[in-house]
Design a protein around this ligand. Structure first.
Ligand code: HAM
Length: 434
């Protein structure tokens, strides 16, 4: 009986694994050079942890389970609640600001579609303890630092930036009640994902007034910061929300990445905990979902029983990114080549145990070394096998070994061969000769 893989999951055959590692290694390298330290948490947590503040969409997509003691658990759909829990646990001893990154494997029971699966990897970077939009700008800079390194230009991707605070100021200014804001955010986040008339119908149901619907649509369609004050009709003391957005753009200009960024009041974000600057990265062309998303969440640690500490961060999944890189021809290009230090071969009729002994000795000294299982193959076939494995050198155990206990070392790039005494081979090898 053949059992298929579970819907929405992926098998990683070696070439897929090489691509996955290439993406993840890049995330880690860029995190470290931007000053982030790695952390991780458990793959499952108490169910209620994700019900507190992640929002309805995530809760509907939870893979939940009950342990033998009847405790309700869930596979993690995101790592931000775990981060909040972990930081709260050691809040008084952790040096601040906290700049941490993680690459968790996550699970969401979504309807599998292009770029959305039920199991995926997500790069997270978060800065905790900085109540300044400079931290939001640094999260965006780090995100761009990675995307730029892998070859994506401002022609390929855009970081669309807005602010939940700005949206709240606007919604209050047009008379939306405080207790309606959260459910409205959830709907507004769906604007780009729903057909226009469906979105307008749902919006009309929530705000009931046609004029208000038009005002909201005008705001959401605004991609020029200077136009925002014209849309916020009522005089409002909270105008700093507007200034903060301008400040983020100033920082991004100073950091030399403004070309990648644009203001887009339509960015709301689906998760319930965001409180300030929010952003998403989108491919300029095509209909792909967001490559990543993040923003400020100043109340989450407090909502998890900790002190009121500001936080900001982002999450980038591997699925959309991989599709985009494949489309742009950027994925295969920069994958590291297979490398092998030594292939140990025998000239037909000789070798035997010596081949395995040499390979084992080389491995024990930190060199990669492989031998063939084709014990009756001729030397030319074995050399082909060595080339296919991209071996740098080939050690040949043959007549010379029987005559004088010598081995032939063939340089696979130049074809040059030299004779080396078996006993001195290993004493000559130094790690730098790799
Ligand atoms: P999110 O918007 O839910 O945010 O997810 C961020 C990114 O994760 C998405 O833009 C996408 O690349 C990827 N992603 C989400 N769901 C899936 C899926 N089903 N399949 C494949 N990729 C997916 C968060 O998770 C926040 N916790 C990010 C954050 C960290 N905000 C602050 N710090």
């Amino acid at each position: 009986m053949k059992i298929p893989p579970v819907k929405g999951t992926r098998d990683f055959y070696p070439p897929d694994m090489a691509r996955r590692n290439w993406i993840i290694d890049g995330w880690k390298r860029v995190s470290v050079r931007n000053g982030f330290e790695e952390y991780d948490g458990p793959i499952f947590e108490y169910l209620k942890m994700f019900q507190i503040k992640s929002g309805d969409e995530i809760v509907e997509q939870l893979f939940s389970l009950e342990d033998r003691g009847g405790r309700e658990l869930a596979l993690r759909p995101e790592i931000t609640p775990t981060l909040a829990r972990m930081v709260n646990q050691q809040i008084s001893s952790l040096p601040k600001p906290i700049k941490w990154f993680s690459v968790p494997r996550l699970f969401r029971a979504e309807r599998p579609q292009k770029g959305r699966l039920r199991e995926f990897f997500q790069w997270n970077i978060d800065i905790i303890g900085v109540d300044d939009v400079l931290a939001d700008a640094e999260v965006i800079l780090t995100t761009i630092d990675y995307l730029r390194e892998i070859g994506l230009t401002p022609k390929d991707i855009k970081v669309k930036i807005s602010s939940r605070k700005l949206l709240a100021v606007f919604l209050r200014s047009i008379g939306i009640a405080e207790n309606k804001l959260e459910s409205l955010y959830t709907l507004l986040d769906k604007k780009a994902k729903l057909p226009e008339d469906t979105f307008e119908k749902l919006l009309t149901e929530q705000v009931t007034n046609k004029e208000t619907v038009t005002k909201i649509l005008n705001f959401m369609n605004c991609n020029s910061i200077p136009d925002i004050p014209k849309l916020i009709t009522k005089e409002n003391k909270e105008f700093y929300a507007y200034k903060n957005v301008m400040l983020v753009f100033d920082y991004l200009e100073t950091m030399g990445v403004k070309d990648y960024c644009e203001f887009d009041a339509g960015i709301v974000r689906g998760l319930a905990y965001y409180t300030g600057v929010v952003f998403e990265v989108h491919a300029v062309e095509g209909e792909l979902r967001a490559i990543c998303g993040g923003g400020r969440y100043d109340n989450l640690l407090r909502d998890f029983g900790g002190p009121p500490i500001s936080a900001t961060g982002m999450g980038m999944g591997d699925c959309v990114l991989e599709i985009l890189l494949k489309e742009k021809g950027l994925l295969g290009k920069s994958l590291p080549k297979k490398e092998l230090d030594y292939f140990v071969a025998f000239a037909k009729g000789y070798g035997g145990g010596t081949v395995y002994k040499v390979a084992a000795e080389l491995r024990s000294r930190g060199f990669s070394a492989v031998f063939s299982y084709k014990t009756s193959a001729g030397l030319s076939k074995l050399l082909k096998e060595a080339s296919a494995l991209n071996a740098k050198k080939c050690v040949i155990v043959g007549q010379e070994y029987l005559d004088n206990k010598q081995l032939v070392i063939k340089d696979m790039a130049t074809g040059k061969q030299e004779l080396v005494n078996y006993d001195s081979l290993f004493t000559q090898l130094k790690p730098e000769s790799k």
